[in-house]
Ligand binder design. Structure first.
Ligand code: ARG
Ligand code: ZN
Length: 900
């Protein structure tokens, strides 16, 4: 069944209070729910429930006979209620058997919950929708020896001992919330904590819980939580509204983390870190996810979603906020490096750009393909079959870009005024994306009485990545340069089936641009008809299909620096010459656009090799451009590492038709080896210059040095440099942190397979045996290795440390191979696809949400060369024909097959 946004109906009842009592037993847990309901509209009371055993129903204390209600497989209907009623529902569920990891489940002997989006219905009968908001009191009872900690949302108001070694805790959440924010945790846990004072002077307790023995790895998480709290106070003027804020790490978790009110539950991978087991990337992901969930307390919990079509209301906004948090933290860390004045400002701007680059890389690798495939949807989808399938890169990352564009259009001060207006209007409510844009528009119109956000709102309605075609016309006599921007967005996914009937209107695109002269100097920009002072960058607001702007006093034909800072999620089309690109890479003052030029240049070389052109490109030019960046002492190592890395295969594949993963991988190898060989001296110098001696610190400057040093190492090994192999072996052995150890191991395994690489892998395994997150790294590194084919992956599948039941482990091996090892996954004999189909079906038998994620691995099948396409088609058909397939996987494979 397809659920449509247009069909929204308010729920007939308000549920004012909810009292839940849990008798927690892993095998069979009894839940008693007492709901005070008040009629709002005519209609029956229909409650959702899944995998529940109904024990009894009572209304106002009177048990209902079974003919007084209707029990269907996933609903319980109670007709004939009056204005007010007190319902008492008793039900049972089986947490230990629950491998879906939705609802109430047991992981490592600890009870956890995951309710978003529709997991609460697996705990008790309830209107499981976000616009029903209630005040919760939760009573937890369990045997004390096995479950000493009993946690739920809000404040602990009572605790007592019960008979038979059991105990009880009562929690009360002072804020109304939708049921998807409910949580409980019960078990044996260790924790660290800190008391801090909020801006207004309230004392709050911050805690991070984990399995006993790992509390030593929670320091970074606890510090990140405190930084999140401070940042939301200073940058967004938002304060913590609870006396206690808890984070609990779970080993088995479907996603990254969950923002349950006052009791965030996290995948352990985003909590636990120490220098021996976590990389720089892990540290920064932990800080970002802790920030993200914490920021949801306002953007998601205080103001929540009316229905799940509005998911981007909270996710796009909160991703934008966590991106800004990371950028601000990266800039702030540089203040302790001894830099001052201009040098500090420059370094900070560069650090922010590094974050921006990473976010755009992720967007292009995941969201652009999604937006061109069968699952393409607007950031506010129009329909879905299973909402669990719509926690997507589009809703999250493109959603964040749509918020960022509003920030760009309004400016920081204007955006913050819009946020204040949003909270003034909607605190405590369940609202829509339109409500958010309305608040922002009120500020935008005050700033520009002649403008509005009509065209902007189409970003919420239209799928697909718009293309912006740029043309320049230079008039030497008038010394003007006319820049024309024209936008176009082709039909995508199901829209293609609609044929010509679909009309997409222009969207509002803030397009940041600069101009360089032939020597690479920035030109001061003056727009004809504007009295603004000349500046280095201007934001052109494209709201129509095509518009032009005239720049005056332009001394010669300029080289444009386009879509600076990636100011909109679009694809730019401009006919750069290779020389233009080299000039921009060497000189552009915008560090984002500067890197982009180099990536475009490299992409051209790789794609030309991959296409098997009769005259292969002259890579000497690329070597020269790369050398210039390596020799530029001005720029920071983190930026350089990103500028000198080659574009990812996923990004390159988007530009190839049909996609030939083998040819692409070979072409990329060829170019990398050439750069490795020809610049060996520079790479060696980069390694020497970017050592990070002393105690490990994950700060951005040190992390950037390690990025560059380890990139240099991999280039050298890819170039076949014999001394570098030894260097990698030594770095593996002597590394003082996981970043360096793992980078050395990856370089050896990928570029110098043999006895030394095998020995290092075996050593890594020994070091990892007691640490699941390190074992995940061991599996993932092999799953993505250049030498690992489907046969090898099957061997790893049989390893005693492998289990498909743990999502992190499944992701480390199965997902990494299917999604991040294109060279072998797309083997011409179809072995990778057969493996994929088996694993999708194996996962679907117990965890449909995770199975559906893997199922998406073949959705681009129509874009591949015929042999691969046919084999993918067969694998998709194999999955679709399986009896008893989940709704989750059915939606994915049927959409993939539908648009063939
Ligand atoms: N709201 C969570 C987050 O972004 C994601 C939860 C998604 N859960 C799920 N089972 N689909 O932070
Ligand atoms: Zn979120």
């Amino acid at each position: 069944v397809t659920i449509r946004r247009q069909d929204y109906q308010p729920y007939p009842f308000a549920v004012d209070t909810v009292a839940l009592a849990f008798d927690l037993q892993p095998a069979l847990t009894t839940v008693t729910a007492e709901l005070e309901v008040v009629r709002q509209h005519p209609g029956d009371l229909v409650l959702d429930g899944e995998d529940l055993e109904l024990v009894s129903v009572a209304v106002d204390g009177q048990p209902l006979a079974s003919h007084a209600y209707q029990l269907a497989p996933t609903t319980l209907t109670i007709p004939g209620l009056g204005e007010r009623a007190r319902l008492t529902l008793v039900s049972r569920c089986r947490p230990a058997e629950n491998a879906t990891l939705m609802g109430l489940y047991v992981s490592n002997g600890v009870f956890f919950t995951q309710c978003e989006a529709e997991g609460f219905r697996r705990i008790t009968w309830f209107p499981d929708r976000p616009d029903v908001m209630s005040r919760y009191t939760v009573t937890l009872r369990a045997p004390k020896a096995d479950f000493p900690q009993l946690l739920s949302n809000g404040n602990l108001i009572a605790q007592r001992e019960l008979a038979d070694g059991r105990h009880e805790a009562v929690w009360e959440d002072p804020f109304r919330k939708p049921c998807y924010l409910f949580a409980l945790v019960a078990g044996k846990l260790a924790w660290t904590e800190k008391r801090v004072r909020t801006r207004s002077g309230r004392d709050v307790l911050l805690q991070v819980y984990t399995d006993p023995g790992n509390e030593g790895k929670t320091e970074w998480a606890l510090a990140s939580l405190e930084r999140s709290l401070r940042w939301d106070e200073t940058r967004f003027d938002l304060e913590l509204d609870l006396d206690r804020f808890m984070i609990v790490a779970a080993r088995d978790f479907n996603m990254g983390a969950m923002e349950n009110k006052g009791l965030n539950i996290f995948n352990a991978a985003y909590v636990l870190a120490d220098p021996d087991s976590a990389t720089d990337a892990n540290y920064s992901a932990i800080e970002a996810v802790i920030g993200h969930e914490y920021f949801h307390n306002w953007t998601g919990n205080r103001v929540t979603c009316r229905d799940w079509f509005q998911l981007s209301l909270k996710e796009g906004l909160t991703v934008f906020r966590d991106q800004e948090f990371t950028a601000d933290m990266m800039a702030a860390a540089l203040a302790d490096t001894g830099l001052t004045g201009d040098a500090l400002a420059k370094a900070q701007a560069s650090a922010r750009t590094v974050k921006r680059i990473d976010d755009v890389i992720a967007l292009r690798a995941a969201q652009f393909p999604e937006d061109a495939g069968p699952m393409a949807h607007p950031i506010r989808p129009e329909s879905y079959q299973e909402i669990g399938n719509f926690y997507t890169a589009t809703v999250y990352e493109k959603g964040a870009e749509v918020i960022r564009m509003q920030h760009t259009l309004l400016g920081e001060a204007g955006f913050q005024r819009g946020m204040a207006e949003y909270f003034r209007r909607h605190d405590g409510q369940a609202v829509t994306c339109d409500d958010f844009v309305d608040a922002m528009e009120s500020v935008y119109r005050a700033q520009h009485p002649e403008r509005d956000l009509t065209a902007f709102r189409r970003w919420y309605r239209q799928a697909g990545t718009p293309r912006v075609r740029v043309t320049l016309a230079y008039d030497a006599q008038a010394r003007t340069c006319t820049v024309t921007l024209a936008q176009h967005c082709a039909p995508v996914g199901v829209e293609r089936l609609a044929g010509d009937s679909l009309h997409k209107a222009p969207v509002h695109i803030p397009f940041k641009i600069g101009l360089l002269d032939a020597q690479g100097h920035p030109l001061p920009l003056r727009l004809s008809g504007s009295d603004a002072a000349a500046s280095d960058t201007v934001v052109l607001e494209l709201t129509e299909a095509s518009q032009h702007w005239v720049f005056t006093d332009v001394p010669g034909h300029p080289v444009p620096s386009l879509l600076r800072d990636f100011s909109a999620p679009v694809i730019v089309e401009y006919d750069y010459t290779d020389r233009d690109l080299a000039l921009l890479l060497a000189h552009d003052t915008n560090a984002y656009a500067r890197r982009e030029a180099g990536q475009e240049l490299a992409a051209r070389h790789i794609l030309a090799h991959a296409s098997g052109a009769t005259t292969p490109p002259d890579d000497a030019q690329l070597v020269q451009a790369w050398r210039a960046v390596l020799d530029d002492p001005q720029v920071d190592p983190g930026w350089r590492a990103r500028a000198l890395n080659l574009p990812a295969e996923k990004v390159l594949a988007e530009r190839m038709s049909p996609i030939d993963p083998g040819a692409l991988a070979q072409a990329r190898d060829l170019v990398r080896a050439r750069l490795g060989r020809d610049l060996a001296g520079q790479w060696r110098a980069a390694i020497d210059d970017n050592q990070t001696p002393g105690a490990y610190s994950p700060d951005p400057l040190s992390a950037g040095r390690r990025d560059l040093k380890n990139l240099a190492l991999s280039y050298l090994l890819a170039g076949g440099d014999a001394p570098a192999r030894e260097l990698a072996e030594l770095q593996y052995r002597d590394a003082g942190n996981m970043t360096d150890r793992l980078a050395a191991l990856a370089a050896l395994v990928n570029h110098a397979p043999g006895a030394a690489a095998d020995a290092a892998l075996a050593d890594f395994y020994q070091r990892s045996r007691r640490d699941p997150l390190m074992l995940d790294k061991w599996f993932a590194l092999q799953a993505t290795a250049r030498t690992t084919d489907a046969g090898q992956v099957r061997k790893l599948l049989a390893h005693s440390d492998f289990t498909l039941r743990n999502p992190n482990r499944a992701r480390a091996l199965v997902f990494q191979f299917c999604l991040n090892n294109p060279r072998h996954f797309h083997a011409a004999d179809g072995a990778g696809y057969r493996f994929w189909a088996e694993q999708v079906l194996a996962l679907d038998a117990f965890n449909p949400e995770i199975a559906a994620r893997l199922a998406r691995g073949l959705e681009q099948w129509t874009r591949y060369a015929p042999v691969l396409r046919d084999a993918m088609h067969a694998a998709l058909e194999r999955v679709r024909s399986q009896a008893g397939l989940s709704r989750n996987v059915t939606e994915i494979v049927s959409k993939a097959l539908e648009i063939s």
